[in-house]
Design a binder for this molecule. Structure first.
Ligand SMILES: [Zn+2]
Length: 286
């Protein structure tokens, strides 16, 4: 889609599966399974959808950015099986379908560093060495998230893998941000907390319109109701506070919301009818 000077293209790393109970926190299964049916292992189908952001052109060539990069190709086969990775889908194929190669990417922006968002930041070569998946890019990462991701504890250790980001710093490719602010013209980050202490979402503003890459604040369209908060969130009351105001604002401003983990709907508008919230999908489905 075009948003003023910006071109926004939802990408697909791949579909995968996570425990349905963990995805919906305190919501009872009889309610969530109507929106997200579970498989025989209680997993629901999700997707990893990085967002491609292009333009505006500054020195004759448009800036190319991706927000998050899915899980990538490095994960152990056993974990890929546990998480139900869909083989035959990849971020590289999704980028190639829109004519972008890894070397074309100028900026990689992280919402946070969990493996399903940052795994694709690095890649393993034939010799087994791990290096940047986007060799010409600067990787923009929140400094607090970096600190937490490099000092995991028992509750978040399963989500943070140093191989996804430490090699980037060793290669001198990381730009740390310490707070909210602009990443490129029309693109700014805003801290939500909640999911992780420094989890952030991305506002895309151009031509008088607003789109938001909501990352794990609103992972799927099934999460639009304010108390439908993931069990994974470290600070669920922060999520609740932020989400309540965010959803209200999104309805009033008719912001386009990108749902990073929805299995079918990459983007849509949050609408309210008879005091019920729902998502009206954008035309393009990925
Ligand atoms: Zn996630």
């Amino acid at each position: 889609m075009t948003l003023g000077d910006l071109t926004l293209t939802p990408l697909l790393d791949r579909h995968f599966r996570l425990d349905g109970g963990a995805m919906f926190g305190v919501v009872p299964k009889p309610l969530w399974e109507k929106r997200a049916p579970a498989d025989e292992r209680n997993r629901i189908t999700m997707a990893m959808r990085p967002l491609l952001v292009q333009g505006p052109s500054t020195s004759g060539r448009a800036t190319t950015m991706i927000i998050d990069a899915g899980a990538g190709e490095k994960m152990e086969p056993k974990l890929q099986e546990i998480y139900g990775f869909e083989h035959g889908e990849s971020l590289a194929a999704s980028l190639a379908a829109v004519g972008v190669s890894a070397g074309d990417v100028d900026i990689v922006l992280a919402s946070h560093l969990h493996f399903d968002h940052a795994g694709g930041f690095t890649t393993r070569d034939a010799s087994g060495a791990i290096g940047p998946a986007f060799p010409n890019a600067r990787y923009v990462i929140n400094a607090g998230e970096w600190e937490d991701a490099t000092h995991p504890h028992e509750r978040n250790r399963a989500s943070y893998f140093a191989e996804n980001y430490v090699p980037l710093r060793e290669a001198g490719l990381v730009d740390f941000m310490t707070g909210d602010g602009a990443v490129m013209p029309g693109v700014r980050v805003r801290r939500t907390g909640g999911h992780t202490r420094w989890h952030q979402i991305v506002y895309l503003e151009s031509g008088g319109r607003t789109a938001v890459f909501a990352a794990d604040l609103l992972p799927t369209t099934a999460h639009v109701d304010v108390p439908w908060i993931m069990g994974y969130d470290l600070y669920p009351m922060e999520t609740l506070e932020f989400k309540r105001a965010f959803v209200r604002e999104a309805v009033e401003r008719e912001s386009v919301i990108f749902f990073e983990h929805d299995p079918q709907i990459a983007a849509g508008y949050i609408r309210e009818k008879d005091r019920r919230l729902y998502v009206e999908p954008l035309e393009s489905r990925v």
